[in-house]
Design a protein. Sequence first.
Length: 163
Amino acid sequence: MEQDPLPVHIRLDELISFWSKASSQTYASGRKPKRLANGWKRFIIKEGSLSYEDTWYSIHGRSFGQILIRIKDIGIVWQMSYEGFMKPEAKEMLLCALRMGTTFFLGGRGPACHIEKGLIYHNESQGDFTEFSGIESIKKLDGSHAILEKHSFRGGLLVTLSA
């Protein structure tokens, strides 16, 4: 039988604060990621003993990836996985929504709803930073309601934090 892990000595608010800062410096920032072998892309942000790594693969408008937060000498303590598709005309709206979503946690993506330039962004998520899942989408508001972007996501803590 597996034993309960020892608690990790970092407060939840510290981890969320690091996630917020790192998220704003990665894909949401519009910066170019590092290109890895076989088409993978990655951002890594480090601060003290914490590191944030967003690695994904995309082809023909579809993508999947993961975000990991590690603590030095402990390992991965939080993860998020995501997959879906995006048409090129949705990228500006997605970046805007993701930038808005770095100031609060709603499934690690954007706000519940945002309307701009004839598009609507929706984020339907459940849970909190410790355990969450959801779906985001971007649709046209021109009457067609064409879906331009849709990603599902899930994740949470992998460790017990100390009180």
